[in-house]
Write a protein that binds this ligand. Structure first.
Ligand SMILES: Nc1ncnc2c1ncn2[C@@H]1O[C@H](COP(=O)(O)OP(=O)(O)OP(=O)(O)O)[C@@H](O)[C@H]1O
Ligand code: SF4
Ligand SMILES: [Mg+2]
Length: 336
């Protein structure tokens, strides 16, 4: 049987700003149909900018190189007309901030109906409206025919996010990119939104790319994970391998930031320091100023992403994490 092209595949993707600063630095990943790819990393690590490059929405004047293929079709340097046709039809995007992404002076039903008609210009307005109400129902908005006549400011945070999701899936995309869909929502609503996304993804066998700074969110939802830092992938692998057998001190640090019950105590250990400014990225491994395992070589040579056990990891001393961090923490035993 002929091999089918992967749903969405990025290879050595780079985004360089007009100023010459590279903000996405050789990112490769594959999103599979019917699977969830989680992208995690602290603020400024390049999660959104990477996904905006996939959508052909990079900052003006920036240069994109490498390859992004949607079912084999190259998107890097694809004409803007083609990208406009793909956005909102084959690739759906849920923006990080629903309040700024949703027009406040139009009813939610009209907003969604417009998203439907953008890619089906011949569809009568009434049919598009009906479809909008169906979509609100699909994302579990109660009383969708009433809600369709309301404005964004009449929607709660969770309901706004549902409306965003309804718009993003209006044309049954192959890939849905959800950029921090649960940030700023309380934990119960977060879980409901994740359920809606997972439900849609299962039902339509979409590839879902879930961007979040919260590893806890991807733990329950994702199949595979990419951990980003300073515009690069630090580690990638299956959720299980990343959570239980990380081979990277940065991932280990993020995992340690998850609240967990240890005996009677709730432990929360933030990674000391903050990510580097891209204009002042340190030489060598970008994580070295914050890394508990950093040695001389880390300050000089930037480690390449390479296979170690079941994951791809970018650390000179990845093998040593198998036996525990320099501080004596044994990752595998701790998380098993
Ligand atoms: N339009 C832009 N022009 C110039 N630089 C940008 C632009 N958008 C993002 N950047 C820079 O690129 C880097 C990555 O930003 P990005 O928005 O992708 O981070 P992120 O991982 O999504 O963070 P967050 O979790 O805060 O959303 C940051 O240093 C940011 O300042
Ligand atoms: S390469 Fe060095 S500084 Fe970077 S994560 Fe590994 S041990 Fe830490
Ligand atoms: Mg972002």
């Amino acid at each position: 049987m002929a091999e089918t092209a992967p749903l969405l595949q990025a290879k050595d993707l780079r985004v360089t700003l007009r100023s010459g600063i590279e903000i996405v630095r050789g990112v490769s990943f594959t999103a599979k149909a019917g699977k969830v790819l989680g992208i995690v990393g602290e603020s400024g690590s390049g999660k959104s900018i990477t996904m905006r490059a996939v959508m052909g929405l990079s900052p003006p004047g920036s240069v994109i190189s490498g390859s992004i293929k949607l079912r084999g079709e190259e998107l890097v340097r694809a004409p803007e007309r083609r990208m406009r046709a793909l956005r909102g039809s084959r690739i759906g995007l849920i923006f990080q901030d629903p309040m700024t992404a949703l027009n406040p002076v139009v009813t939610v039903g009209k907003l969604i109906a417009e998203a439907v008609r953008l890619h089906n210009p011949g569809m009568p307005a009434q049919k598009a409206w009906q479809r909008a109400v169906e979509l609100l129902e699909l994302v579990s908005v109660p009383e969708p025919d009433v809600r369709a006549n309301q404005y964004v400011h009449e929607f709660s945070g969770g309901m706004r996010q549902r409306a965003m999701i309804a718009m993003a899936v209006a044309n049954n995309p192959d890939v849905l990119i959800a950029d921090e869909p649960t940030t700023a929502l309380d934990v119960t609503v977060q879980a409901q939104i994740l359920d809606v996304l997972k439900g849609l993804q299962d039902r339509f066998s979409m590839g879902l790319i879930l961007i979040t700074h919260d590893l806890g969110v991807v733990a329950g939802a994702a199949d595979d994970v990419i951990v980003m830092y300073a515009g690069k992938i630090m580690e990638s692998g299956s959720v299980r391998d990343i959570f239980y057998r990380t081979r990277h001190p940065y991932t280990h640090g993020l995992l340690s930031c998850l609240p967990k019950i240890s005996g009677e105590q709730l432990r929360l250990e933030p990674i000391p320091g903050s990510p580097p400014l891209l204009s002042a990225r340190p030489k060598g491994c970008p994580f070295h100023p914050r890394c508990p395992m950093a040695r001389d070589v880390c300050r000089v040579d930037e480690p390449a992403l390479r296979p170690v056990d079941n994951v791809l990891t970018a650390c000179h001393f990845a093998e040593q994490l198998r036996d525990g961090l320099a501080d004596g923490t044994n990752t595998e035993a701790e998380r098993a």
